[in-house]
Ligand binder design. Structure first.
Ligand SMILES: [Zn+2]
Length: 247
């Protein structure tokens, strides 16, 4: 019999390792919701988190927080997933406010963690796949929503515009099939090769923010490694969504 834990999604004690995959499963036989999790996901103050494993892109394991699962339209979608899509592609002022509020509340929770107490934290945002000039204004509002979300914190340094993509790379999001998708697909070191960054973060504590984390893409991992190589003391990742695959 497996040890059942509380499900991060429905809260029922029906969550355990699934012997048919490497992930976790919320067992309906135990009254659970049937959600399959690709990795072991835990919660802290109502915020989801998991550990990013070491891989080709990443030399150390990093804690990754996220607000909720991102479910693509093809897999049924969700109101939260709609909001995340909106901030990426057709942001209005209302969407920006909603996202800023989510970032603010989640950052409060992250900064309650003991290891952040009394420290100054640098906030960076993973750059989009192509330089800003490529995008329409309403496709560039995630960074400004983050900026609004973090502005009232003491001990937070705003680096939302510090990592600038200057060379075009391939977008990994299929929603953009209508665009010319030039440039390299993610490879280890692509952030270093295609971005400008002029801040000294040696010995600093960093939280890197992105809109959606998707496993096995390497985009966020490479950006984390880029900051590790700049000698940041600690890094964690926070994203609005984590892609939930149709399993
Ligand atoms: Zn559940």
């Amino acid at each position: 019999m497996p040890e059942y834990a509380l499900c991060p999604k429905c809260g029922v004690r029906a969550y355990a390792r699934d012997r048919f995959s490497n992930g976790h499963y919320c067992f309906p036989s135990q009254g659970g919701c049937g959600t399959k999790f690709p990795v072991e996901i835990k919660t802290f103050n109502g915020l989801y988190y998991h550990q990013l494993p070491i891989n080709n892109f990443l030399s150390v394991s990093i804690t990754a927080f996220f607000h909720d699962f991102y479910i693509s339209k093809a897999n049924g979608g969700s109101p939260f997933s709609e909001l995340v899509l909106a901030i990426k592609s057709h942001a209005t002022d209302d969407v920006k406010n909603d996202i800023a509020n989510i970032v603010r509340e989640d950052l409060k929770k992250i900064l309650m963690i003991d290891s952040y107490r009394g420290k100054t934290v640098y906030i960076f945002v993973v750059p989009r796949s192509k330089p800003d000039s490529f995008w329409r204004e309403e496709e560039l509002q995630f960074r400004s929503a983050v900026m609004v979300g973090i502005k009232d914190f003491q001990n937070v340094i705003d680096g939302t515009n510090a990592i600038k993509r200057v060379v075009e790379t391939q977008t990994t999001h299929l929603a953009h099939l209508d665009i010319q998708n030039n440039g390299a697909a993610p490879y280890p070191g692509i952030t270093q090769d295609t971005c400008e960054f002029n801040m000294n973060i040696c010995g600093k504590d960093v939280i890197l923010i992105d809109d959606i984390y998707t496993e096995n893409k390497g985009v966020d991992e490479d950006c984390i490694q880029f900051l590790i190589n700049k000698k940041a003391r600690s890094i964690s990742l926070y994203t609005l969504g984590m892609t939930k695959h149709n399993m």
